[in-house]
Design a protein around this ligand. Sequence first.
Ligand SMILES: C[S@@+](CC[C@H](N)C(=O)[O-])C[C@H]1O[C@@H](n2cnc3c(N)ncnc32)[C@H](O)[C@@H]1O
Length: 270
Amino acid sequence: MNISRFNMGPIEISEIEFQIVQKLLFKETGISLGDTKMKMVQSRLDKRLRFHNITSYSSYLKIVQISNAEKTEFINELSTNETYFFRETKHFEFLENIAKNSNSLKVWSAAASMGAEAYSIAMVLDIFISNGKWKVVGTDINTSTLDIARRGLYPLSWSEKIPSKYQKKYCLRGSNKHKDKMLIDMGINKDISFFENNLLDENKELGMFDVIFLRNVLLYFKEETKLKVINNVVSNLEIGGYLIISLTEHFDDKKIKNIKYLHNAIYQKV
Ligand SMILES: C[S@@+](CC[C@H](N)C(=O)[O-])C[C@H]1O[C@@H](n2cnc3c(N)ncnc32)[C@H](O)[C@@H]1O
């Protein structure tokens, strides 16, 4: 007879424990978790409690507070990492135009998640900055998505979003047991690097950039946090350089002195 355990439901989180999760995540990442996200927290953190063989969130949160390794897991589980290649194509058309007229460009994919944005940028630069130099830096607070980004290995279905001119040049289709996978051609990888960072902090060590993509992350922040993050990021932008946020995101741009709005959620540093 085959035997298995009864399927246990998720360990319940109390309202007070949930509030501690909200405060801790906000302090560490700036992410504001809405009050409706209790079930989401429960389903994402359940495996961490089971990993530690504990049955209460109070005990788990004590571990998070004393262990940096567990704090990283906590952040990895609770940050939302949805991404895809060539997301919001208008921004890549804009980048193509800049690249055509440049001999060198340094671009930052801030909040890079699994790297789809950084590789999309790199493909554009590699084709359009002919005989020139380019560099792409991808950063994120989530260490497990950065591991995926560094590998450059994705489900084959992700290649559907990549325009065919880029697909042909930069994507390798897996075969046999990897037939459902797609590898970004590592030739392109020579000028891409991925680092862990927190957008709440200043990031002087990253240096200055000509273009910064800061897309689909501001929506997780309150207005005050958005302004702090944008001020931090803009300090890494060359004068005349471009800051690109998502077409669906907003912030009070009158509060940031040294940028002017161009179009399509694109700002220029003045
Ligand atoms: C939805 S993804 C956006 C990915 C990509 N920019 C795109 O548009 O497809 C949001 C990313 O922001 C990251 N993030 C959230 N808070 C952060 C912080 N304080 N510092 C750095 N990254 C952060 C998350 O880990 C997540 O990978």
